[in-house]
Write a protein that binds this ligand. Structure first.
Ligand code: AMP
Length: 419
């Protein structure tokens, strides 16, 4: 026998039993985004590698070790997208979506690819939905984006979502903070992990994310980014907090929350859930006022978020993602050879009228068809045999009540929808 294949490590099939939960998340996302005035954007699965090195930053974990990169036939370096903000901003610039300086609000639902060490809630191909609001430098826009992310988590059934908030200021103030942090950590470098020692050289702000207890103890006395903000950043941050208070969205200030990517400035935030283990971040985002210029556009302020869909599904109870509404589902049973065509026609008619319906294409016995109807959680069975054909009726059985009655074909739809 030929070798059987399995999915590549860190990737997952989403099977029919799970996909209704995915569909519910996707529908909620589409509904919310449309209601909040965001338009859907879909970008290709891969981009030129340089788009990510330039925007996300050479020293970030994503660019330095997680990208799936290859040369295509014309020797162009291509990367499967490891994040979505850069591709969406590339498309924004390419198609002049700024519409003469107006605000542009975009959202996406997409798959992305990172070569991380797989574990619970951490995959190599995973899915995010997210939103980007491009064109406003004002705190009201940060508040709207955060409120959108937070409301979505609540609507999807995440229990006790926790919003963590910080400001990392402008590029200049971050540079001053970076110098101060390196100066503070250098004498402790012997007590740092190998990874953090490397980060001290390449991306010292990432050390603030450490989960290592010893390192956290050292960081207690480290300089705080909030002390390095200038007046503009400070006012912006205060206004974001006032906006969230007005909307009744509570938050925790976490001045260690710097996020790993180069392009963030001022507001950063994360939504976590204690329903998850070590990988407890459901959603992350922030302001990225320097990115569009970095990608060759005019300086344009922007703010956005991305939420991990696999993690959300882990953080909500099974039934809250599934469609719990009892819906009509009909299985049409063939009782006798001649009834086959009528069964198929009846099924198609029900489907055309919006009723989920199915029939047997395996030539099975009536008993086996009944079992199939049960397996499919049918609410009703419709039986058509030679007798029924002759009298222009069918037998309809409500499987919840056990009630069975003879219904003329013409009245089948009315009968099913009136019960
Ligand atoms: P990021 O793009 O890194 O800011 O991540 C945003 C969200 O995507 C996180 O809060 C997670 O919920 C999710 N996420 C990030 N990396 C992974 C991964 N490797 N596997 C599954 N979900 C992920």
């Amino acid at each position: 026998m030929a070798e059987k294949f399995n999915a590549v490590k860190g990737t997952k099939d989403i099977l029919p039993d799970d996909s209704s939960r995915w569909q519910t998340l996707e529908q909620t996302t589409h509904e919310f985004m449309n209601r909040w005035g965001y338009g859907e954007i879909r970008t290709p699965a891969f981009e030129r590698t340089e788009l990510f090195t330039r925007s996300v930053g050479e020293e970030s974990d994503i660019v330095s070790k997680q990208m799936y990169t290859f040369l295509d036939q014309s020797e162009t370096s291509i990367t499967l997208k490891p994040e979505l903000t850069a591709p969406v901003m590339r498309a924004y610039l390419e198609h002049n979506l700024d519409r003469g300086g107006a605000l542009t609000k975009l959202y996406y639902i997409d798959a992305l690819f990172r070569q991380e060490r797989p574990q619970k809630g951490r995959l190599r191909q995973f899915h995010q939905f997210g939103a980007e609001a491009v064109g406003s430098p004002y705190p009201e826009q940060d508040v709207e984006i955060i409120a959108l992310a937070f409301s979505l988590m609540e609507a999807m059934g995440v229990a006790n979502p926790l919003l963590q908030l910080n400001s990392i200021g402008s590029r200049e103030c971050r540079q001053r903070f970076r110098n101060a942090l390196v100066e503070f950590l250098a004498p402790h470098s012997g007590d740092l992990s190998e990874t953090s020692r490397q980060r001290l050289e390449t991306n010292p702000l990432r050390i603030l994310d450490t989960k290592d207890e010893g390192e956290r103890a050292i960081l207690k006395d480290a300089p705080r980014i909030l002390d390095f903000l200038d007046d503009t950043d400070r006012e912006h941050y205060e206004a974001v907090k006032v906006g969230l208070d007005t909307l009744g969205i509570s938050y925790e200030q976490n001045d260690l929350l710097v996020r790993g990517l180069d392009y963030y400035s001022q507001t950063t935030f994360e939504i976590t859930s204690d329903a998850l283990g070590a990988q407890n971040a459901l959603c992350g985002g922030g302001r990225y006022d320097d990115l569009l210029e970095e990608l060759g556009g005019k300086p344009t302020p922007a703010v956005g978020f991305a939420a991990g869909m696999e993690r959300i599904l882990l953080a909500i109870p099974e039934e809250s993602a599934a469609d719990s509404v009892e819906t009509l589902k009909v299985f049409v049973i063939t009782a006798g050879e001649k009834a086959g065509t009528a069964v198929m026609k009846t099924t198609m008619n029900l489907r055309a009228n919006g009723i989920p319906a199915d029939f047997d294409t395996l030539n099975r016995s009536v008993k086996a068809q009944m079992r199939e109807a049960n397996r499919q959680d049918a609410t009703h069975i419709v039986v058509i045999g030679e007798e029924e054909l002759a009298s222009g009726t069918c037998q309809v059985k409500d499987l919840a009540t056990g009630k069975q009655q003879s219904v003329p074909f013409k009245e089948l739809f009315k009968h099913l929808t009136s019960v």
